[in-house]
Design a protein around this ligand. Structure first.
Ligand code: ADP
Ligand code: MG
Length: 256
């Protein structure tokens, strides 16, 4: 499942790591692939990602075996992370001249699944629709879009939908937009409620019942190298992510 939205700051990374944590809490095995050179998902999951650490760059550009590049998340048994270092910023350029540049991640995952099993792969995308995001869209079956309950919430989603359709037609027939998650919901404002209504109208089947509230605990967890699920499981934010993960698991592989 790829977590995408080319708008920055909508909660992609927070969603990717906390849904992974929620699924792992339910006993599932999860691989998180960080394909954002900022490496925020790697930070939140507490794995080493200093410059030179073997990670996504090596797997995509050097075709390094995925299994050797995975790091165990220290706080979450069942979660494995392909870390992103700043080196990944050069990957778009590094890949441009290579053969099968859009299918590198898919090939790496296919090789991995010949020998190993995980229940979910969650890919955290950068805020752009470049070659890194394209690799994610080619490798995945499902897309999850986090939408922030703010003005212009749907801005950019149309462009993402066009890209999804292009990829679907040419590079990956199995791709579906399965899940929309409302994030940073502020129950005190009418705006959040209005945005949530509008999104539910557009994405009636896709939108999860669970809504992620705006919460200080969610925002501060990464500074402890943790997900909010491991940092404060009893907080409203952690509980919301656990329940969103449950909904996803209940929907199953088809997404509905
Ligand atoms: P993206 O990956 O889309 O750029 P992030 O997940 O990094 O977005 O979130 C952007 C910022 O908003 C981060 O500082 C994050 O901690 C904060 N944030 C995300 N979700 C919440 C939430 N539910 N409540 C409060 N802050 C949040
Ligand atoms: Mg991010």
């Amino acid at each position: 499942m790829v977590v995408a939205n080319q708008k920055g700051g909508v909660g992609k990374t927070t969603t990717a790591v906390n849904i992974a944590a929620g699924l792992a809490q339910g006993g599932l095995k999860v691989m998180v692939i960080d394909i954002d050179p900022q490496g925020n998902a790697s930070t939140a999951l507490g794995v080493e990602h200093s410059e030179g650490t073997v990670g996504t760059y090596e797997v995509l550009v050097d075709q390094h075996p995925l299994i050797d590049a995975l790091a165990r998340c220290p706080d979450l048994p069942g979660v494995w992370v392909l870390p992103a270092t700043i080196d990944l910023a050069g990957a778009e350029i590094g890949l441009v001249a290579t053969v099968s540049r859009e299918t590198r991640l898919k090939t790496a995952l296919d090789g991995f699944f010949d020998h190993y099993y995980v229940d979910y792969v969650i890919i955290d995308c950068p805020p752009s629709l470049g070659l890194l995001t394209l690799n994610a869209l080619v490798a995945a079956h499902e897309i999850m879009i986090p939408i922030q309950c703010e003005y212009y919430a749907l801005e950019g989603v149309t462009q993402l939908l066009k890209t999804i359709n292009l990829v679907k037609g040419r590079l990956n027939d199995t791709l579906v937009l399965s899940t929309v998650l409302l994030t940073m919901y502020d129950g005190r404002t009418n705006l959040s409620a209005q945005v949530a209504d509008e999104v539910r109208k557009h994405f009636e089947r896709e939108t999860l019942r669970t809504v992620i509230p705006r919460s200080v605990r969610v925002a501060e967890a990464p500074s402890y190298g943790q997900t909010v699920v491991t940092y404060q499981l009893n907080s409203v934010g952690a509980q919301a992510y656990v329940s969103a993960a449950q909904e996803i698991a209940e929907r199953g592989a088809t997404g509905f």
